[in-house]
Ligand binder design. Structure first.
Ligand code: TXA
Ligand code: MG
Length: 354
């Protein structure tokens, strides 16, 4: 299949520019589009055939459910039932925006879209391209991140092309995304609200609306082999991973820099293509090694915005071994470290004093 890349002018966005994309979606085809978090791979959420195409294009396990994107809260009771008050409160506070809610699904939502589950994930994106595409198409749009399954999510149209060209009808290029990490997922089907995936909206912000909210224990997982099973099916897979083997070092920053340098030099000396994931503050401390910086340590939002792009950069370099520093875990840092540790397959080394 030929994949068409369509360049959009964000400053002069007009419905006309999205008409063709909307028609493709109405015909059951797939269109990748920007959202404020990451690029999404869109298909008609109520068309089981379109969902099947999404799984095929991504090479995604079919038990991993899709998020349904809407442009109006009126869609909530159409797609979900037994909606608790808390869901309306979260919607009021965080939509449109980078927050996804898990609710009980209505019959209208096919099991193909929810990976066989009786619940459905719903999000109202704030990105104007995404919002306009949903409105112009008149559909609810199922959209996982527009990457090949297991790869880092896509934050630029060129990443989508890299992973999915030839497999989907169209890519809408709206430039680099704003946030760079996927939405915060809140499950509202249990006794208390649980964050299944940390994102730009933090636990503290969710608690400002729903004080009894907490993390699903799987989010705090640090070990590869513990027995905690993730409630979001997608969170159990190795994910976001560069092709090289990534190890993350944690501990006191000085000890981390020391250990990263030592291990990277060792692999380099063994003849492997080796690279270091560092920060602006530390990037000059690895002389003789290939280093990529994800930004200033204090600037968690900046790190979030370029993490996936940097992980893909390591692939472009052909890095076989990557040694990474750890970053802050407060605020958005919680989501950054969650993605980084998953990318490393929980290959974490603690160094020095703790
Ligand atoms: O920011 C985002 O959420 C992006 C953009 C495109 O909106 N989308 C995204 O979709 O990240 P995806 O498919 O890559 O991740 C969806 C996650 C998966 O971990 C999946 O298992 C979980 O949401 N999920 C979806 N439906 C669920 C459900 N009914 N119950 C529990 N987890 C669910
Ligand atoms: Mg994904």
């Amino acid at each position: 299949m030929d994949t068409r890349m369509v360049l959009l002018d964000r400053n002069h966005l007009q419905e006309e520019q999205l008409k063709e994309a909307a028609e493709l979606l109405q015909k059951g085809e797939l269109v990748a589009f920007p959202t404020e978090t990451v690029y999404g791979l869109g298909g008609n959420a109520l068309d089981p055939g379109a969902s099947a195409k999404i799984y095929a294009a991504k090479g995604r396990p079919s038990d991993n459910p899709l998020i349904v994107h809407i442009c109006d809260t009126d869609a909530l009771p159409v797609l979900a039932k037994d909606i608790p008050d808390g869901a309306w409160k979260l919607a009021e506070r965080f939509w449109p925006g980078p927050m996804t809610m898990i609710l009980k699904k209505q019959d209208i939502v096919p099991k193909e879209t929810t990976g066989g589950l009786s619940t459905v994930a719903i999000r109202m994106p704030s990105d104007p391209v995404a919002a306009m595409l949903i409105r112009v198409s008149g559909l609810y749009i199922a959209a996982p991140s527009a990457n090949a399954s297991g790869r880092p999510s896509t934050t630029k149209a060129s990443h989508v092309w890299e992973d999915l060209h030839g497999r989907i009808a169209m890519i809408l290029d709206g430039g680099p995304v704003q946030i760079g990490l996927e939405s915060t997922i809140v499950d509202l089907t249990g006794e208390k609200p649980l964050i299944l995936r940390p994102g730009y909206i933090t636990l503290e912000e969710i608690r400002s609306v729903l004080p009894d909210a907490d993390f699903d224990p799987a989010v705090l997982k640090r070990e590869r082999n513990d027995n905690i099973v993730a409630k979001a099916p997608g969170m159990k897979y190795r994910h976001y991973a560069p092709k090289g083997e990534l190890t993350v070092f944690e501990g006191d920053l000085e000890d981390v820099v020391e250990a990263v340098r030592r291990e990277a030099l060792l692999k380099e000396a063994q003849g492997y293509k080796t690279a270091v994931l560092a920060s602006e503050e530390t990037k000059d401390r690895y002389p003789g090694l290939t280093v990529l910086s994800v930004g200033k340590r204090e600037d968690e939002e900046g790190i979030a915005a370029c993490l996936f792009d940097t992980l893909r950069e390591f692939d472009h370099m052909g890095a076989e071994y990557i040694f990474g520093e750890c970053f802050r875990t407060d605020g958005v840092g919680q989501a950054v470290m969650n993605r980084l540790l998953k990318a490393a397959g929980y290959h974490i080394v603690s160094v020095g004093r703790k």
